[in-house]
Ligand binder design. Structure first.
Ligand SMILES: [Ca+2]
Ligand SMILES: [Ca+2]
Length: 415
């Protein structure tokens, strides 16, 4: 009798322990690179794994894209796609036909991580047919005449037959230029008042990396501009009001202390910008950058240098510097991301869907406000995914990053 009682209560205890631990088990991503670092708050990393086993159907719409980077839907039948070597193409979403490279692009430096990067349509594209794009621009004005470049944003008018851009003009140039082939950023996101956020890398090398903390440089910044490149009056450094730092910053700057931000999206309910950033080994970050705030790099960060050495003094937190709302160690190497808004994937509304270059596929996050409550890895068989976007019918579309990259459509397997 006593023995039976003990046995059944032990079993009940075991059962409750195991369901508790199951609910808290994170995605199996391997050991951390920096195991001695501790998150600043509960749930800042390794959120519980989402355990619904949704079956996904993937359809390859087209292949033969050389390192495609950015995707923008023109309508239900056509999208624009960038290829890093410097080509912009229209792709027929029904049959996958690729147009010849669209003419009229400026000179592009396609070395390393550079090239033609993001593409986006004007909020009033239906009337003005303006297209915006980010790219690594060769710069002639530097000490190292052949090697200097910088991220630039240009716009042009797309012809009705989408064969050519005309009236191409550069609306923003990141300064200073640098002789580097790394960390260009550069996601383009419109806010609800048609202002353009641009995310910018810090060029990776030890010297320019420090400029992420320098408000006199555009390196390692998010900037916010109007469509013509002019500066919104209420930008945090637009009139020198925000001088809690040593000097007033460049007026385009929205937030600073970033490393290499290649993904960004506007949260549909709040209208706030969210960004996702390549950190060092073990330090990828999700942030909600606020006006004028410092996101820490390279003074604070999770993870460590690729050599295994600490970054700077190895700090993960400091007064006056913002914490990421979530981080990954080991990393996911994030491309772009999107907040899912459709109804095609039941229960996914408001989830953040992130492109992963390594380990690849997609990362899905469930959220409670600005806290991550769950994480799931999907379609890892696709390998390196650079961009993810949702079409008007609630399907997801991804670009895979390789010499023979593909545009792939994803819907629930039950359809
Ligand atoms: Ca994108
Ligand atoms: Ca940071």
């Amino acid at each position: 009798m006593l023995r039976n009682f003990l046995t059944s209560s032990s079993a009940a205890l075991l059962l409750s322990l195991s369901s508790e631990s199951l609910a808290q088990t994170p995605v199996q991503s391997g050991p951390p690179n920096a195991p001695d670092q501790t998150p600043a708050f509960k749930g800042q990393t390794r959120a519980p794994a989402i355990d619904d086993q949704i079956d996904l159907a993937t359809t390859t719409i087209t292949t033969g894209l050389e390192h495609p980077w950015g995707l923008a839907f023109v309508d239900n039948d056509m999208a624009l796609v960038t290829e890093r070597p410097g080509r912009l193409r229209a792709v027929d979403l029904q049959n996958g036909t690729l147009s010849p490279p669209i003419e009229g692009l400026p000179k592009i430096d396609a070395r390393g991580q550079g090239g033609l990067l993001d593409v986006g349509l004007d909020p009033d594209f239906a009337n003005n047919r303006r297209v915006y794009f980010s790219y690594a621009e060769p710069r002639e004005n530097g000490k190292n005449e052949s090697g200097e470049n910088g991220t630039s944003i240009a716009r042009g008018v797309l012809s009705q037959d989408h064969s050519r851009l005309t009236n191409v003009e550069v609306i923003f140039r990141q300064t200073p230029a640098w002789d580097s082939t790394k960390h260009f950023g550069s996601a383009l996101v419109w806010d609800d008042e048609d202002r353009l956020y641009v995310t910018l890398g810090e060029r990776s090398l030890p010297e320019p990396r420090q400029l992420a903390q320098d408000l006199g440089a555009h390196l390692g910044k998010v900037v916010r501009i109007h469509a013509d490149g002019s500066i919104p009056e209420d930008n945090p450094f637009a009139d020198g009001r925000n001088v809690s730092v040593a000097k007033a910053g460049l007026a385009e700057i929205w937030s600073y202390g970033h490393r290499n931000v290649q993904g960004a999206a506007l949260e549909p309910n709040s209208g706030k910008l969210w960004t996702i950033e390549h950190g060092p080994k073990g330090g990828d970050e999700l942030n909600v950058p606020e006006a004028g705030k410092n996101y820490g790099w390279p003074v604070i960060t999770y993870g460590e240098d690729y050599s295994g050495a600490p970054i700077g003094d190895g700090l993960t937190a400091k007064e006056g510097m913002e914490q990421p709302i979530y981080y990954w160690d080991p990393v996911i190497a994030p491309g772009d991301m999107t907040f899912y808004q459709g109804e095609r994937f039941p229960g996914w509304q408001g989830n953040l869907i992130i492109a992963s270059l390594s380990p690849g596929g997609l990362v899905r996050l469930t959220l409670d406000g600005e806290r991550v409550t769950g994480e799931q890895r999907l379609v890892q068989n696709l390998g390196r995914v650079r961009d993810v976007a949702e079409s008007g019918d609630g399907a997801l579309w991804v670009l895979t990053d390789s010499r023979n990259g593909a545009l792939i459509r994803i819907v629930p397997g039950s359809e």
